[in-house]
Design a protein around this ligand. Structure first.
Ligand SMILES: Nc1[nH]c(=O)nc2c1ncn2[C@H]1C[C@H](O)[C@@H](COP(=O)(O)OP(=O)(O)OP(=O)(O)O)O1
Length: 160
């Protein structure tokens, strides 16, 4: 059987008191949507190194103590590539939030996360992430706005 190609991506969230830092994506995949910060893992780096790098590039903060909370596979009808997204969270950071070419960052209260302007899967797994619960999930999309099927489960631990 042919091997399904997976593209490994990071997605990191920074918490401060009752707030979470989100960014509005200004270009590329998911343009216009609010999300955490992240992107592709380079060949010479670990997934968590990539997560730290992407946060710095996209919002200017240097994060430490990233905790991996979730791994989500996204499949799109008609596309053989699976997006394998590693979700991280931290409360530890230094620096100032700065807008980048890719992201326009803004702090949101965790109870005021703008799900209507985000990926459709986010309301399903944000509750786990916001509660610091570890989870695995899968979403099958038709286009970028419709989820055809999905599952999500809380897990004891996640592979690094
Ligand atoms: N369905 C989904 N729900 C979600 O919450 N985040 C998703 C998602 N699908 C992808 N992402 C995240 C993962 C990653 O952080 C980001 C996409 O990665 P990139 O920013 O690297 O993509 P781009 O194609 O814009 O990359 P470049 O053109 O190389 O900048 O979107």
């Amino acid at each position: 059987m042919a091997k399904i190609p997976k593209k490994v991506l990071t997605l990191a969230f920074i918490r401060r008191d009752d707030q979470i830092l989100l960014g509005r994506k200004k270009r590329g995949f998911g343009e216009g949507k609010w999300n955490g910060f992240g992107g592709k893992v380079d060949l010479d780096e670990t997934i968590s190194d990539a997560a730290v790098r992407e946060v710095r590039e996209e919002c200017g903060l240097l994060v430490t103590n990233l905790k991996k909370l979730g791994v989500i596979d996204f499949e799109f009808v008609g596309d053989p590539v699976i997006l394998n997204v590693h979700v991280f969270s931290t409360v530890d950071f230094t620096g100032n939030v700065t807008e980048s070419e890719e992201m326009s960052p803004q702090w949101y209260k965790v109870h005021e996360v703008p799900f209507e302007k985000m990926w459709k899967d986010d309301p399903h797994w944000f509750p786990y992430m916001l509660d610091n619960k570890k989870f695995n999930a899968y979403f099958l999309f038709e286009g970028h706005e419709k989820i055809i099927s999905h599952w999500i489960k809380e897990v004891e631990s996640l592979d690094e």
